[in-house]
Write a protein that binds this ligand. Structure first.
Ligand code: MN
Length: 273
């Protein structure tokens, strides 16, 4: 084995939220195998919509599993926790060397607009960014499909650019690939996250013991008004690439908020002596 050449190859950690046996992470591994030395550390079970949760009251366990791409076997661990747990455990305990890049996906379904906050896929990449690593989240904007070839091709292209250019500190890329099996993708659009919300409804049901329970049943509402967002780009057939940051500060509001009269103590007059 020529170790000299492999030492030059970037080390790429793969994670996801659909579980280590999901077809999307296999597709991601197949797509990125030519670009670097891969290692997979991912949840052993599906963790979709767990957001940035971490496990603090239960043990986190990891066991090595077999994982192979067309280029051969790669090291892989299944982790009992969340996507964020998996990235932390990989970087702090399991891997001998810090990865050069973390790629999360390919998710089964889109992660645009406010869904970014609920997404375990994006959170794995966000955790990598918090750890100071370059990171990309990749989602395929359709559910339960077998054909990841379009998302694979665009993931490889985008990851190659990230490896070449690097990302600013604290910035990760959120990539959403339209499902266009006929090859109808128009190109890449660099977008912002759409304004949206879920208008929540719950189905109220009755269990066999005659107790009521609730099942989340929201409707997605796009609150944007026409300009290009992650949501509209995908609808128009573009691969959406959105730079995200984990600094959630509303920087534009800082100075106005500092001008509030924080020193006033009007309540003091109401308080009993
Ligand atoms: Mn998922």
């Amino acid at each position: 084995m020529n170790t000299a050449s492999t030492d030059d190859r970037p080390r790429i950690l793969l994670c996801n939220d659909d579980g280590i046996r999901a077809p999307g992470i296999q597709a991601l591994a197949d797509a990125l195998a030519p670009l670097g030395d891969l290692v997979v550390v991912a949840p052993e079970s599906e963790q979709s919509a767990v957001g940035h949760a971490i496990t603090v009251r239960d043990p986190v366990r990891a066991h090595e599993v077999e994982f192979a791409t067309e280029a051969g076997p790669i090291p892989a661990w299944a982790v009992t926790g969340t996507p964020t747990d998996a990235v932390k455990l990989a970087c702090h305990e399991l891997l001998e060397e810090t990865p050069d890049l973390v790629v999360s996906g390919i998710n089964d379904g889109p992660n645009t607009a406010v869904n970014v906050l609920y997404s375990g896929t994006v959170s794995a990449a966000t955790e990598a960014s918090i750890l100071g690593l370059d990171a990309v989240a990749v989602s395929l904007c359709e559910w339960d499909v077998d054909d990841f070839s379009g998302a694979e091709r665009w993931a490889r292209r985008i990851v190659r650019l990230v490896l070449r250019s690097g990302l600013p500190d604290g910035v990760l890329l959120n990539v959403n690939v339209p499902y266009e099996p006929e090859g109808g993708i128009q190109g890449v659009a660099v977008t912002r996250q759409a304004r949206s919300r879920w208008e929540e409804g719950f189905d109220t049901r009755t269990d066999p013991a005659d107790r009521e329970y609730y099942w989340l049943a929201g409707t997605f509402v796009d609150l944007d008004d026409g300009d290009r967002t992650d949501t509209t780009a995908v609808e128009e057939g573009y691969v959406s690439v959105t730079p995200l940051q984990h600094d959630l500060t509303a920087h534009d509001t800082l100075s106005a908020l500092r001008n509030w009269n924080w020193a006033s103590d009007e309540d003091a007059a109401d308080e009993p002596e």
